[in-house]
Write a protein that binds this ligand. Sequence first.
Ligand code: KG4
Ligand code: ZN
Length: 327
Amino acid sequence: MAFVCLGIETSCDETAASVVADGKTVLANIVSAQSIHSIYGGVVPELASRAHLPLIVPITKTALAVAKMDYKDLNLIAATYAPGLIGALLVGLSFAKALALGLGIPFVAVNHLEGHIFAVLLEYPDIEFPFICLIISGGHTELILVKDLCDYEILGTTLDDACGEAFDKVAKMLGLPYPGGSFIEKLAEKGNRNIKFPLPQIEKYDFSFSGLKTAVLYYLRDTKNPKIEDIACSFQEVIFDFLLNKMAKVVEATGIRRVAISGGVAVNNRLRARVKAFAQKNGITYYFPRPELCTDNGAMIAAAGYVRYQRFGSSPLTTPAQARARL
Ligand code: KG4
Ligand code: ZN
C-alpha cells in the first residue's frame, strides 16, 4: 500500500493542493493562481489571504478527485508554515491542521524553501548529494548548498528585491501584466541586447536587483521612444549574467559540479538555454524541474513533508505560521 500525502501550499498568491504517493509519485497537482492581483501590478497580501479561503476546499477536492482518492485514503497532511504572507499561510496551515485532526492522521509543517528544494528531488530522485540549489522566485533568491536530505547551508541571498520581483517590477514599468516574468521573456525574444544596464557588484554569493530596476526606470525616463523589446532583452540578459556569475563562483569555491535551479524564474526558457551552455562549457551537470514543479505547488510540499515525517515525525498542531523563517 502506498503512503499517501496531501500537500497544501498557500504562502503567496497560489492556492495549491497535491496528492503524492510514497514521497515520489505525483498523483495530482492542482494550482489556482489568483488573478485579482493583476490590476494592482503586485500581490496585495490582504486580498491574497481572502482569496485562498473560498478556494482551499475545492482545490483539495479536485486534487483528490484527480488522484482518484478520498479523504480516508490519506496518510499524512503537509502544509507550508513559513516563509510567506502571514494571512495567506494561515489559511492553508489552519485548513491542513483541521483536516489532519478530523481524519485522525499526522500533520507536518514544511518550510516553503525546503519545498522548492524538494521540487528538484521529486524530478531527479537520483541526484547525488551534495548539490548547489539556486531558488529564484517572486519572493526568494537563495543560493543553497544541499549537503544531504534535510541538511542545508544558505550560501547567499538577496539584499533587496527577489529575482522574480525584479522581473515583475520592470514588467510593470513596461506596461506588462502581473506577474510579468513570462511577458518579459516573450518580449525579449523580439529584442536585442543593445542597452548596457549595470551588472550588480555584490560581495560573496549575495544578490541585489534593486539597482537594475532603477537603471531601467532611469532609462525609460531619459530615452525618447524607448524600444521595450530591447529593454526586456537587455534587462533579462544582465540578470542571467549575474546569476551565472554567482553560480560560477560557487562551483569554483566548492568544487561541487551539480547545480539545480528551482522557483518561478526557472521556468524561463532563455535562462534554461544559458544554463545549458554554461554547464556544457564548464563541465557542470544542471537540473531544472519541469515548469509546474518550479512555480509554487503542493507536490513539492508533500514530497518534503513525507521525508520530514519519516525522519522527524509529525509537527505539533500548535505550529505557528511565520512570515520569515530560516531554512
Ligand atoms: O515560485 P513562484 O511561483 O512564487 C514564489 O514563490 O514567488 O514564482 C513566481 C515568480 C514571479 O515573479 C514571476 O514573474 C516569475 O516567477 N516567473 C518568471 C517566468 N515565469 C514566472 N520569471 C521570468 N521568466 C519566466 N518565464
Ligand atoms: Zn515559491
